[in-house]
Design a protein around this ligand. Sequence first.
Ligand code: SF4
Length: 329
Amino acid sequence: MTPRPIVVSGMRPTGRLHLGHLHGALANWVRLQEENDCFFFSADWHALTTSYDRTEVIKTSEREMFVDFVAAGIDPHKATLFVQSQVKQHAELFLLLGMITPLGWLERSPSYKEMRENITDRDLALYGFLGYPVLMTADIILYKATRVPVGADQVSHLELCREIVRRFAFHYGEVFPEPQPLLTQAAKILGTDGRKMSKSYGNTIDLGESAESTRTKIMGAVTDPARKRRQDPGNPEVCGIGHLHKVTSDAETNAWVDQGCRSAGIGCVDCKKRLLEKLLPAQEQMRARREALLARPRDVDDIVELGTRKAREAAERTMVQVRQAMKIG
Ligand code: SF4
């Protein structure tokens, strides 16, 4: 029997998950778990690279994040859920890969440059932050991942990981497969202010947020700025409500939005009300699943403990090969 592809992906536990996480990553993970051996983890060490001064939020967010994973449809019988920092082999492999990764590769990394420019409220001239792609590489190859879900804008990050794999093979022989990018069409979800949905912008709609709060946020959300007056035509492609219709409403409703928005046949208030018809029941379902899981914290802990044990075993099998290949076993 051909082995199933191995997929690894993680998320930083830095607060409640929102609709951007659901449609940008989680919905895709739910599909992937059907045909791949999936490892989905809480990237708590990664969270430290930028949240080193707010560490208290990491552990408090973690259980809620796993609850959100399961409530969104990740099945712990199909996918392995674990905590990065509880599998110490990540740190060991990170250290070993650090010995062979040229500094120039890290300094040239587009995400390093971009984040240094965008995050200005704290000092990021740090060794841990610069080395973050090496830790990311360790996370991926520790499980011999063959496929990594990435958006088109993240392919370059994975290329760095593949370069490190090739360099390891050059020095010590082939232990790791080169992971291939699994290009995913992540849905674009805008926040209520028209910018990318992000907790740091305070523009999110959380998973399972109450009906009242979801309604208030949607009715107050920014739409296509071209629609200043009711008779101005708009474009659902540039509107956060239009994006949410795409992932929430059926084809008939989306055709109604597209035609009505572009011809100014419908107003934004009608459009938002129609979105709420589908969004509120979906939020209610999510809220009920979350609450049922939160009422059984021991079950959630068991899922994560079991997954972490499984991940640790897989990681150790790889590390035995790594130490042998490097002749340091
Ligand atoms: S009609 Fe709908 S899609 Fe068009 S701008 Fe208004 S809210 Fe957005």
